[in-house]
Ligand binder design. Sequence first.
Ligand SMILES: NC(=O)c1ccc[n+]([C@@H]2O[C@H](COP(=O)([O-])OP(=O)(O)OC[C@H]3O[C@@H](n4cnc5c(N)ncnc54)[C@H](OP(=O)(O)O)[C@@H]3O)[C@@H](O)[C@H]2O)c1
Length: 293
Amino acid sequence: MGRLDGKVAIITGGTSGIGLETVRIFVQEGCKVMFCGRGEKVGEQIATELGESCAFTKCDVNVESEIKNVIDKTVEKWGKLDILFNNAGGPVGPFRVDQVKKEHLDANFSLNFNSMVLATKHALPHLVKQPTSSIINNSSIAAKKAGFGDPLYSACKGAMDSYSRVAAMQLAPRGVRINCVSPGATATPIFWSGSPGSARGAKLTAEENARKQQKVEANIMNNCASLRVGRAGTGIDIARAVCFLASDESMWITGQDLTVDGGMTAFDAPNKGWMADPNPVDPVPLRHKLSKL
Ligand SMILES: NC(=O)c1ccc[n+]([C@@H]2O[C@H](COP(=O)([O-])OP(=O)(O)OC[C@H]3O[C@@H](n4cnc5c(N)ncnc54)[C@H](OP(=O)(O)O)[C@@H]3O)[C@@H](O)[C@H]2O)c1
């Protein structure tokens, strides 16, 4: 018996990385899954490969009518909706604090925050009809600590955290849970802007992606001195946590944020001194000159 048997889910941004692994695990666990993204060709290929429990709808989550279309199509096809994973997102930048423009703000919030709020709104009339339903929002450790994203991306994820916590309290009496998952640096195409619907991703071959994946996994190991578990995380590590939050196993968990980062944020010792790593790496260069003042 699957952990999501009989349930129907929508996953935004299911063509790549964390979203794609979540599509796979949800299908394995007995769920019917509608996923979306801008990369139509790849999306259709994945849906064909995973069989009739899985369907793809092209959608740019920056466009409200396209988000609503994904939800309408899901309910048309499978008659209900139990789970919404707001996953599509990523940094639009990075931008320097002194060079930011209003369009940078709008683009970041549109992709990473507004899309989640609007998908939640349009999914809600269907989610409340189910005895138990679950929304999972893909946040980030960048919302909690400096060093994992630029200021705008980090702020969008911080806004997502606050929204999720308070919205969860509004929706609890209606049987809808909302939780966040906060991945640490996880080796996916986000690091080389390679998701299928992006300008760059559309041109990359499978071999190029595989090479970049290996390089990013090595970079994460080299640059995160706190990563003691001995390997970088990949999409599947996050997808497993999302599956738990989507399932009824987490029925009494709402308004929470589950960090999945191989211990990156748990380790807070300085890179020097008696706990020093053999080859310490300072993520932020120290301002040596200040000591001379
Ligand atoms: N990887 C990490 O280290 C990490 C850490 C913390 C949080 N996260 C979060 O995890 C989520 C997934 O990231 P990932 O690492 O799996 O990155 P990824 O491999 O680049 O995947 C991003 C997914 O989002 C979709 N997407 C992007 N823009 C979209 C748009 N405008 N409309 C519809 N879909 C769109 C992409 O599909 P198309 O290209 O087909 O549109 C793709 O399926 C993001 O919200 C990210 O912020 C990632």
